[in-house]
Design a protein around this ligand. Structure first.
Ligand code: PAF
Length: 283
């Protein structure tokens, strides 16, 4: 596996990979890789001739008081994991290759960025859209893979790519890959590493309470009552606070007060200093 840290090296390496007409899939990450990321890489490998993975801890998507400095950085370990998965090229840009001095451009996607994590983390999705647009332009892949755990992020990226005509010719398809879960149902996340042993056990209350809410809805229960009970179950289960528990349309992310056949449940809650999110199809 090659590693590029400067744009001119990346461009040459991508050109070499493409020289025989091969296709390229991009898997953007912020590192601290876990099984969820490796699943994205494996899916990408089945769809394209070569996989380019990126690792860049994007400062623009961290708000004030968020864990930018504490975010785990383990390039050597991550690089070994990617190599073992058959990644052809690692793009681990130096910070000024992404945001050179005087960088002044921001991408903001209205609608799908609003509410849910966008409500709790102002500017977060502008930071995500901006860096992903840059990564698409830098790597110019045929397709890209993102985890469905960050469902709202995926919706923002799809809308941004469509609105800015990034979907052709550069990124033919933006693929969402289903959430990878631990045995107790907790969605895999780099943030799980911040949990103490006790918090880690309590964290399983998040997927459990969401599944219970979905069962209530499937049995004809009223949506607001199911969401209220979901919040209470999280607090009973050991979470300190609940940022949101909502049902929305899976594509437009418009809030719903009854299942429209395409509904998804979204929840975010805090345990200790750690904020965990999850989402599940209601049907
Ligand atoms: O999901 C992530 O890891 C990040 O938000 C992404 C898409 C790599 C952009 O920094």
């Amino acid at each position: 596996m090659q590693t590029a840290r400067e744009l001119k090296v990346l461009r040459n390496s991508v050109a070499a990979l493409r020289s025989d007409g091969s296709t390229i899939a991009l898997v953007p990450t912020m590192g601290a890789l876990h099984e969820g990321h490796l699943t994205l890489v494996r899916q990408a490998r089945t769809a394209a001739d070569h996989v380019v993975a990126s690792i860049f801890v994007n400062p623009r998507q961290f708000g004030e008081g968020e864990d930018l400095d504490a975010y785990p950085r383990q390039l050597q370990r991550d690089s070994e994991l990617l190599e073992a998965e058959g990644v052809a090229l690692l793009w681990a840009p130096l910070p000024n290759e992404v945001y050179p001095d005087g960088y002044a451009t921001n991408i903001s996607v209205a609608g799908v960025s609003e509410g849910l994590c966008g409500g709790d983390r102002p500017g977060h999705f502008d930071g995500v859209a901006t860096v992903v647009c840059k990564l698409f332009n830098q790597v110019q892949p045929d397709m890209a893979f993102f985890g469905e755990k960050d469902w709202q992020q995926l919706a923002v990226i799809r809308r941004m790519a469509r609105d800015l005509d990034l979907t052709r010719p550069h990124v033919e398809a933006i693929h969402g890959v289903p959430i990878v879960r631990e045995e107790d149902g907790l969605a895999m996340s780099s943030r799980n590493a911040y949990l103490s042993a006790e918090q880690r056990q309590q964290a399983a209350a998040l997927p459990r309470a969401m599944r219970d809410a979905i069962a209530t809805l499937a049995a004809g229960g009223e949506a607001q009552a199911a969401l209220d009970e979901l919040r209470r179950a999280l607090l009973r289960g050991g979470f300190d606070s609940v940022d949101y528990a909502e049902m929305r349309d899976a594509d437009s992310l418009v809030p719903l007060n009854q299942d429209n056949g395409n509904a998804r449940l979204f929840a975010a809650a805090r345990i200790g200093g750690t904020r965990l999110i999850d989402n599940m199809a209601v049907a």
